[in-house]
Design a protein around this ligand. Structure first.
Ligand code: DGL
Length: 278
């Protein structure tokens, strides 16, 4: 048993989709969520920068005493999963593997589409994992402006729909029957993406699958919270305004997110080895 919180992070509000699924599947678990809004968006940035920002956020979460880290961001998962697993002595869960497994078991015609940020698609993380199965054909497309819309709180405008038509046209032409939403911001755009792809295409996102992975790893590590535990949810952002983050999160999620605190990352300067011995 371990009542310490789970640490969850994303560049912004996208990872809240994963936090919501964890909350629904594991109602006894507490978490600390950090939106790295000071460095958002991660998608168009060089991989080395994303890696540094993401490790700084994870360091901050570890300093706050979390029992597990959840990288609720595909771009960061693609950039630094291995580093994170080596650096920390708490389990690290990411979002790409769970979505890949779900897509593999969902497709009927073996044609899978993947959409994500420029960083995620260029890393080929999804393509490489899916193509291990030689019967699968993978069609990937970067959708750079989707995150911008979500971070502006826009999930249903005509302009968004027009851009979705443009980004998704090659995947429709490729006749995919399964589309992986390879960015944790995209579940907020399910309506528009689903509408453009049509009813025959199943949308796969990492939120529920990742929450199931969190459960498995907590169980395996004997880290589940006590069944009488009262959960607490802490939300933090690294940008200039906690109010902006709260307003956006509330707009997208209902009134779930309250009392967002500002936090500064990158201030912890201990070598990893020293930190792990604490
Ligand atoms: N939500 C993130 C992802 O899953 C990152 C989006 C961004 O910051 O560009 O990739």
């Amino acid at each position: 048993m371990n009542d310490a919180p789970i640490g969850i992070f994303d560049s912004g509000v996208g990872g809240l989709t994963v936090a919501r699924a964890i909350r629904a599947q594991l109602p006894r678990e507490s978490f600390v969520y950090i939106g790295d809004t000071a460095h958002s968006p991660y998608g168009p940035k060089p991989i080395a920068d994303v890696r540094r920002y993401a490790l700084e956020v994870l360091d901050t979460l570890v300093e706050q005493g979390v029992k597990m880290l959840v990288i609720a961001c595909n771009t960061a998962s693609a950039a630094m999963l291995r580093d994170a697993r080596e650096r920390y002595d708490v389990p690290v869960v990411e979002v790409i593997g769970p979505a890949v497994r779900r897509a593999m078991s969902t497709t009927r015609n073996g044609r899978i589409g993947v959409i994500g940020t420029v960083g995620t698609i260029a890393s080929r993380a999804y393509q490489d994992m899916l193509e291990v199965n030689e019967r699968l054909e993978v069609f990937a497309a970067a959708c750079p402006r989707f995150v911008e819309f979500v971070e502006a709180g826009i999930t249903d405008s005509p302009e968004l729909l027009a851009i979705a038509e443009e980004y998704l046209a090659p995947l429709r032409e490729a006749d995919v029957d399964t589309l992986v939403l390879g960015c944790t911001h995209y579940p907020f755009l399910r309506g528009a993406i689903g509408y453009v792809m049509g009813e025959g295409v199943t949308l796969v996102s990492s939120d529920d699958e990742t929450a199931a992975d969190v459960y498995r790893q907590l169980l395996r590590g004997e880290l589940l919270a006590d069944r009488h535990a009262e959960p607490s949810y802490v939300y933090e952002a690294t940008g200039v305004s906690a109010d902006d983050f709260t307003a956006l999160a509330n707009r997208l999620m209902g009134r779930e997110v309250r009392d967002v605190q500002l936090v500064q990352t990158g201030v912890i300067d201990l070598p990893a080895a020293a930190r792990l011995q604490d």
